[in-house]
Design a protein around this ligand. Structure first.
Ligand SMILES: Cc1cc2nc3c(=O)[nH]c(=O)nc-3n(C[C@H](O)[C@H](O)[C@H](O)COP(=O)(O)OP(=O)(O)OC[C@H]3O[C@@H](n4cnc5c(N)ncnc54)[C@H](O)[C@@H]3O)c2cc1C
Length: 466
């Protein structure tokens, strides 16, 4: 039923049959909110065409995102009108479910009673697997999970890889089979149910969260497919050529800024990699350092999430890292901040404060100061558990690219995951460490600090796309 590459990405989740009397195939877009280059939607369309049924795209404003507050709700709602319009043009039904805390998934289960099958995203990070299991408990139709988040299907690897050096050759060997444009198929049958809720009114929905609060909207990022494509365009025309030389300098604006869009599935890594490769080939540029991040590092994080039980625990660390952390647990710490003091962004270190401010204002931190920021949280916390709790909380409350495999893999990278031992020092032991002086020079910290203060004062907005 699922030909070629698609077959490798699809997992049957239950032993229920296809409901031949069902009126539609539901695509529950938990993660991948795009109509193009979406393997999960393609699988739903293949299934619908095989059964002679239309597709119903169901997207929710999930309860966990609502709990995180205005910043996240707004980023999601900014994308829905465009998605709904795209669905309508293709003859796909569209519904936005605003989940209720008491019974978040009930409405979806009700709607699945009339379905021939359910298709959703295969995503290895909570709460997606738990929410999927919860829905499965209440339905009697076949359900499929489709890996639409990685370029090479994550389950093609048999186990957790140790680090980038062990993942890279395996990934690169098979990459040519997968790094090709995904075919696009239109549904053969148009959706005609009158029960579809096409009356979406994001502004009135937003009023509720404006009162409830949470982090304010990002000063830089707006949700949705068009915004994702504009950032990509900006990167192809400006950042890519300079990426390899200047990606460590936040004020150089050589990075793509795509992580929030990749996380919310407004754009796929496959599309980005193909566009980057073609632009680089056309101009004779070297795209390898960008593709290393987008493909090797990102897919290493998915591999970690796919084969690790507790992503938010130090137990996931390699033995050498656990040992060095244990040996230095009682080391005197000259500077200790508790979680609230860190959250307020008021430490003695202007570079750290600027990185934290970037998170509070923009909803992500450039990778170079982000590494420094994470490592210093470990150095300045009473112990590793407190440091982990702070990193998780700050991501959950402020980062638009959080709750992603990259979140957990990179937070734990601060504690040694996917890394190697370095020269022994107090507190961090043999974990990699960063010095304010030399690292600050390398990333041109002075310019970064000045730019973030200007951003905080509202004087200068880091080229928000329109
Ligand atoms: C402590 C810490 C926490 C982090 N938390 C997150 C997170 O919550 N979500 C997140 O997406 N990234 C996280 N990262 C990784 C990295 O900082 C971001 O992916 C990057 O800054 C996103 O900006 P960009 O899209 O401009 O990246 P670019 O440099 O333009 O890279 C393009 C894409 O490649 C991928 N990528 C880049 N760097 C990495 C990396 N080190 N590991 C894996 N994939 C990478 C991302 O998908 C990124 O969008 C974290 C890093 C650290 C040190």
């Amino acid at each position: 039923m699922f030909p070629g590459e698609l077959g490798e990405r699809v997992r049957l989740l239950n032993d229920q049959p296809l409901n031949r009397r069902g009126r539609y195939v539901v695509y529950w877009a938990q993660v991948n909110r795009r109509l193009q280059s979406n393997e999960a939607l393609l699988a739903a369309v293949e299934l619908g065409n095989y059964l002679g049924r239309p597709i119903w795209w169901v997207e929710s404003l999930p309860w966990p995102e609502q709990r995180r507050g205005l910043r996240f709700v707004r980023f999601l709602l900014e994308g829905v009108e465009e998605t709904a319009r795209g669905c309508w043009e293709l003859g796909i039904g569209y519904t936005l479910l605003v989940e209720d805390e008491a019974a978040p998934l009930q409405e979806l289960q009700r709607l699945l009673r009339g379905a021939a099958a359910l298709v959703t995203d295969d995503y290895p990070v909570p709460p997606v697997p738990e929410r999927t299991r919860e829905v499965l408990r209440g339905i009697t139709v076949a359900a499929y999970a489709v890996n639409a988040s990685t370029i090479v299907p994550m389950r093609r690897f048999a186990r957790r890889e140790y680090a980038a050096y062990s993942m890279r050759p395996k990934l690169l060997k098979v990459l040519p089979n997968y790094l090709v444009p995904l075919p696009f198929r239109e549904p053969r049958v148009r959706f005609q149910e009158d029960s579809t809720h096409t009356e979406i009114h994001p502004p009135s929905l937003l009023l509720r969260w404006e009162r409830l609060g949470g982090a304010p909207p990002s000063v830089t990022f707006r949700g949705g497919r068009s915004a994702a494509l504009q950032w990509l365009e900006r990167f192809l025309n400006d950042g890519l050529q300079r990426y390899s030389a200047e990606r460590h300098v936040p004020t150089a604006r050589a990075a793509s800024e795509l992580s929030p869009y990749l996380h919310y599935g407004y754009i796929s890594a496959r599309e980005v990699a193909l566009a980057v490769r073609s632009q680089a080939q056309e101009h004779g540029w070297d795209a390898s350092s960008f593709l290393e991040q987008l493909i090797v590092r990102r897919e290493l994080a998915f591999n970690f999430a796919c084969f690790t039980k507790r992503l938010d625990s130090l137990e996931a660390l390699p033995t050498w890292a656990l040992q060095t952390i244990a040996r230095h647990r009682e080391d005197p710490r000259p500077v200790v901040y508790d979680i609230d003091r860190l959250e307020a962004g008021e430490t003695h270190d202007d570079l750290w404060n600027a990185a934290h401010k970037e998170l509070l204002l923009r909803g992500k931190i450039h990778n170079a100061p982000r590494m420094y920021w994470g490592k210093k949280i470990l150095e300045w916390s009473a112990g590793p558990e407190q440091a982990l709790a702070s990193l998780l909380r700050f991501h959950d409350r402020y980062a638009l690219d959080a709750n992603d495999p990259n979140t957990y893999a990179n937070i734990l990278w601060c504690f040694g995951l996917h890394d190697r031992p370095f020269r022994e020092r107090p507190i961090l032991g043999t974990l990699r460490s960063f010095s304010r002086e030399s690292f600050g020079r390398k990333i041109r910290a002075d310019r970064y600090i000045a730019e973030i203060s200007a951003l905080a004062a509202g004087v200068h907005n880091r080229d928000r796309v329109k």
